[in-house]
Design a protein around this ligand. Structure first.
Ligand code: COA
Length: 153
């Protein structure tokens, strides 16, 4: 992600997360925290089609956000971005990765499950509209990046 990508990322965020969108300023804040954050975008023919970010503090990584434009879903972009974030987390020394996902977002949950994330906790009423969050965890293997096997969907 480049600084100049942030306005468009912020606009996509409003579209993808109408209830819980991050304000634009939060992307600028996150982007500036280079010691503990790594933000990326996915592009097709120079057009931004997705964005994601991971935080790594000590041995714990946290998937901060991931989003793909609706017309580009199902092409493996989310898989590629998640793979990239997990590689970066490993590179920075993380031993495990956590994330929160809406209970009513089966598509995202199944993406994470394909990578081996396990539901470890439910945060009741976590989101602004009262929907529960599932906290999911993946223990990171050292060595080769773990990618989904492709036969789990
Ligand atoms: C969740 C999200 C990031 C997934 O991104 P994506 O790019 O569609 O993910 P992928 O394409 O890698 O995988 C999604 C599906 O496409 C399939 N797929 C992956 N690669 C594929 C390919 N090359 N060709 C066809 N299908 C493919 C996967 O099997 C998967 O199927 P399923 O989810 O129906 O089981 C995206 O749906 C999104 O942005 N949603 C809105 C925002 C959101 O909910 N973010 C998560 C917040 S926690």
């Amino acid at each position: 992600m480049r600084l100049e990508d942030i306005p468009l990322v912020g606009a996509l965020e409003q579209m993808l997360f109408p209830i819980d969108a991050w304000p634009l300023e939060l992307f600028y804040d996150e982007f500036s925290l280079v010691e503990t954050r790594a933000y990326s975008v996915a592009e097709i023919d120079g057009h931004l089609v997705g964005y994601c970010g991971v935080m790594v503090v000590g041995e714990i990584a946290d998937i901060q956000t991931i989003g793909v434009l609706p017309e580009h879903e199902g092409k493996g972009i989310g898989t590629a971005m998640l793979t990239g974030m997990l590689e970066e987390a490993r590179r920075r020394g993380a031993a495990e990765t956590l994330l929160e996902v809406r209970e009513d977002n089966p598509r995202a949950r199944s993406l994470y499950e394909r990578f081996g994330f396990e539901h470890i906790h439910t945060r009741r009423g976590y989101y602004r509209d009262g929907v529960n969050a599932h906290v999911m965890r993946l223990v990171l293997e050292t060595g080769a990046a773990h990618e989904p096997s492709g036969d789990e969907s």
